[in-house]
Design a protein. Structure first.
Length: 215
């Protein structure tokens, strides 16, 4: 899947699942369950045990039903390993220009993290395809309206603190899509292997995004 197709899926579905679990065996099952709930963009973080193996397995198993990405990337070497494993998009918590450079070299979607307007614009000018506003926990949807007012050309996504109560507000405020972690990748459901319930929770997030867009 090329970069344009990947970005289209992220934008159309409006949700990227941020998957961070403690057990490597849970990664693939979690990814599949979220996909069954309608989430097509699945970000497996490098802070999870067995992340690279899970990226490879998920990319092979889900095929064109989903786009598999990698998160918590701090350097170009990690980004390249994840790409070779099958990652179609690369997400970082901070702005690292060498990560953007290697993503551009291989035409892979890059989503670095930034916080202030200056950092956000610096990431965009460095070649980011989308800028992750992180942590968005305390900023809220109003921050997106404020930033996009003078900088409407940017594509922004919030991560941190996104839940069922505010996801629609982030979309209405101009977010290209949202990154959702523990509010959707529920630790209890994962630990108890309640995959059907996890799929149902994912479906709720998809519905709220559709409703916010008037679909």
């Amino acid at each position: 899947m090329n970069k344009e197709q990947c970005l289209k899926i992220l934008a159309e579905t409006g949700i990227a699942a941020v998957i961070r679990v403690k057990n490597a065996e849970e990664l693939l099952d979690t990814t599949i369950a979220l996909n069954k709930g309608g989430v097509k963009a699945l970000e497996i973080t490098m802070t999870s045990p067995g992340a690279l193996d899970a990226i490879k397995e998920a990319a092979q198993k889900l095929g064109d039903r989903a786009v598999i990405g990698v998160g918590s990337v701090l350097d170009a070497e990690t980004a390249r390993m994840a790409m070779l494993a099958g990652a179609s998009f690369v997400v970082g918590p901070v702005l690292k220009k060498e990560v953007i450079e290697i993503c551009r070299r291989y035409s892979v979607l890059c989503i670095p993290g930034a916080f202030t307007p200056t950092e956000i614009l610096a990431a965009w000018e460095a070649g980011a395809d989308v800028v992750k506003v992180f942590p968005a926990t305390k900023l809220g949807p109003g921050y997106f309206k404020d930033v996009l007012g003078p900088l409407p050309q940017l594509r922004l996504t919030p991560t941190g603190g996104v839940n069922l109560e505010n996801v629609g507000d982030f979309i209405k405020a101009g977010a290209a899509f949202v990154g959702v972690g523990s509010a959707m990748v529920n630790k209890r459901l994962v630990a108890e292997k309640k995959w059907d319930e996890l799929s149902a929770l994912a479906a709720k997030f998809i519905k709220v995004v559709k409703d916010a867009r008037g679909n």
